[in-house]
Design a protein around this ligand. Structure first.
Ligand code: SF4
Length: 688
């Protein structure tokens, strides 16, 4: 029979590769992707994209896509029909709940999935099963930043828009490799440097591109940012450069804060951080001279024992200098995944219902109980980190995890994978058979963004719609549909037929999303939360005060937590982070030919000094061994890194997977792993 001629189709979508939230049109013919075409009206990116957004999509047609549910039989999987897989899940969930109580189950959503899917996942855990054991992978990256902002300014999101960064006279970039991790956002800064004379200060271990382009680059010792930030803040106050008017009118807690700062002298900071006195004073002077300062930060700040406190110190510094509630100023934690912000917004955490409303607040629970017609659990649940412990200790028996390769991206993966082995029942929902899925009892085939509708919320709190470019591959289904089927088999009676209905329900329950509707997000239209009922949104936060009872922000005293100590033989500090071309463990990008051919493998960046000391060359194969495991990787000699700092990109799935080295130690306030506090010894395996 004659094949039906496939029509060329244009679909608006939102990139899934980072929190910048670029949107663009994808041109397709059948399942073939013809091109990605950015549009001027795209709010976060206009006509720009980076290499991942432009070329990173052919994984959707990879032969390795999961197209059928899989059920474990001994050491192998066999393909199954949906009926059988879903029945098995429902039978096991019910059994485990009856025998061990609801808190023996756990639910992990993905910050790659849509807002609606995260909403349903936490609702399944809370309203259908009855547990707050709900989390998502922002536990691995950005939760400390959110905590730092809640402590000081009251909203867990960027203070302004990406667009607004151009109005800033000084941009502080701390622990963020912005040009590789948030490429399109970094081009905004580069343009403002050129056009507006915007100044940039970079504090990082590694001399990456933004560091090279900065006006001042400082290299604090790993994990000491909190100290220099506090010393600079103290120096500014001591010089009489604080914004007295702003502090008086808009901020509480100055006295106690100043007392606590006492020990953070410039001398102490110089000794602890290794940044020279001259440069510390120069940072203070540059902040003082700028009329507007914004601070961008990422995992170099958050993935430490004191990650929440350092995030808090950044916000304190901005408050002292009056750098909130005006254009070009404020805190910009740069969210990693496309929907880290949204997953948090929609209640994917053990302590918050959607809209950052506390599970422990009886009034909040009553509101959700009335809407959902159930009784909700009252205790804070387990976060990802506690779940791993909970499995090892025998309390947690089952896990339903979607879209996250937790067995590769959590820290100390030998320990995490050993936990998976102990689970009585493990459901993994993904688009590929990830490393984590190999441990599952049932694997459910999900659909990537191009095969579904929904919304994402990017790093600037901007909510955007994505549309379906083509049907799910094989028997795979969008995550929201799978969750509904499981919930309804458990007796939930959910009647959603479209993600728009899920958003309508969520908006009724979440004050910061109250005016969000699919109509208001049609096409390239977008909204930045908080969104009022009449649809007014909030590009710039705090102009009407801070969301605390008296409308004032709070200076929040914090102290430095020294970094992890290691036996002396672990003499190499293993820094880690992204590569431009790859996304996390690379499940998607290694399957995109245009990308994987450019950067087929990761390499270890080694300084010329260390190379000379140990006789390393480009291509030398080395083994790094930490107290938790070892990796094998080839060296690349570069002066981006210094001394005994090495840099291992996090994008490997095999023998060079960074989390074979990392520990289970974590930020004391959020349990975000201290990935950046990793040390190892180095030995040569073979010359190239
Ligand atoms: Fe995608 Fe981020 Fe690149 Fe934009 S900058 S195209 S959102 S990866």
């Amino acid at each position: 029979a004659a094949m039906r001629e496939e029509k060329i189709k244009k679909t608006k979508t939102v990139c899934t590769y980072c929190g910048v939230g670029c949107s663009f049109d994808v041109w397709t013919k059948g399942r073939e992707i013809l091109k990605v075409e950015p549009q001027a009206e795209a709010p976060a990116n206009g006509i720009s994209t980076c290499v991942k957004g432009k070329f990173g999509w052919d994984f959707v047609n990879s032969e390795e896509r999961l197209t059928k549910p899989l059920i474990r039989e001994g050491d192998l999987f066999r393909e199954a029909e949906w009926e059988e897989a879903l029945d098995l899940i429902v039978r096991k969930f019910t059994e485990i709940k009856e025998q061990n109580g609801p808190d023996a189950l756990s639910f992990i959503t993905s910050s790659k999935c849509t807002n609606e899917e995260s909403y349903l996942m936490q609702k399944l855990g809370r309203a259908v099963i009855g547990t707050n054991n709900v989390d998502n992978c922002s536990r691995y990256c950005q939760t400390p930043a959110t905590v730092g902002l809640f402590r000081t300014v009251g909203h867990g999101g960027d203070a302004g828009s990406i667009e607004d960064i151009k109005n800033s006279e000084l941009v502080l970039i701390i622990g963020s490799n912005t040009s590789e991790s948030h490429p399109v956002l970094s081009t905004r800064v580069k343009r403002s440097q050129k056009l507006n004379g915007q100044k940039v200060i970079v504090a990082d271990l590694r001399e990456h591109e933004m560091a090279e382009r900065s006006d001042l680059f400082v290299r604090p010792r790993a994990g000491t940012d909190m100290v220099w930030l506090s010393a600079v803040t103290k120096y500014i106050i001591d010089q009489g450069w604080a914004d007295e008017k702003f502090l008086k009118e808009k901020v509480n807690g100055l006295e106690e804060f100043v007392q606590n700062l006492e020990k953070y002298t410039i001398e102490y900071a110089e000794k602890t951080t290794g940044i020279s006195k001259g440069n510390l004073i120069k940072i203070a002077e540059m902040i003082h001279e700028a009329n507007s300062v914004c601070a961008l930060w990422a995992m170099g700040v958050t993935q430490h024992l004191g990650g929440s406190d350092t995030s808090t110190a950044i916000s304190n510094l901005l408050l002292v200098t009056g750098n909130y509630a005006k254009p070009g100023a404020g805190a910009y934690p740069l969210r990693g995944h496309n929907n880290v912000q949204g997953a948090g917004d929609f209640g994917s955490s053990p302590d918050n219902l959607p809209g950052y409303q506390k599970v422990t607040d009886p009034e909040v629970r009553k509101k959700f109980e009335n809407a959902w017609g159930v009784k909700l659990p009252e205790q804070v649940g387990m976060n990802n980190h506690e779940m791993v412990e909970g499995i090892h200790e025998g309390q947690l028996k089952a896990m339903y995890l979607k879209g996250e390769d937790m067995g590769l991206v959590d820290s100390n993966i030998n320990y995490v994978q050993a936990a998976f082995e102990k689970l009585d029942f493990f459901v993994v929902q993904d688009i590929f058979l990830s490393r984590t899925a190999e441990f599952a009892d049932v694997v459910l085939p999900a659909s990537p963004s191009l095969e579904k509708e929904g919304t994402f919320t990017n790093t600037e709190r901007r909510i955007q719609r994505l549309y379906q470019a083509f049907e799910p591959l094989g028997d795979s289904k969008p995550d929201w549909q799978i969750i509904i089927e499981i919930a309804n088999r458990l007796g939930a009676g959910w009647a959603y037929t479209h993600p728009g209905e899920i958003m309508a329900e969520a908006a009724m329950l979440m004050p910061i999303y109250s005016g969000v509707t699919y109509e208001r997000l049609e096409g390239y239209k977008s909204l930045q939360w908080p969104v009022m009922e009449d649809g007014t949104d909030s590009p710039l936060l705090y102009t009407e005060g801070f969301p605390f009872p008296d409308g004032k922000a709070r200076l929040y005293p914090v102290d430095w937590t020294p970094t992890l100590e290691f036996p002396i033989e672990y003499d190499i500090h293993v820094n880690n982070g992204r590569l431009l071309e790859h996304f996390h463990e690379g499940n998607m990008t290694y399957k995109s030919k245009g990308i994987s051919s450019k950067t087929p493998e990761v390499f270890l960046e080694v300084s010329p000094d260390l190379a000379a000391e140990r006789g390393l060359k480009d291509g030398t194969l080395v083994r790094l061994t930490s107290p938790y495991g070892n990796v094998k990787v080839k060296c690349h000699i570069t002066d981006r890194v210094k001394g005994k700092e090495v840099y291992l990109p996090m994008n490997d799935r095999g023998e060079a997977a960074i989390n074979l080295l990392t520990s289970s130690y974590a930020d004391k306030d959020t349990d975000t792993p201290a990935y950046k506090e990793t040390r190892a010894k180095l030995e040569i395996l073979s010359e190239e």
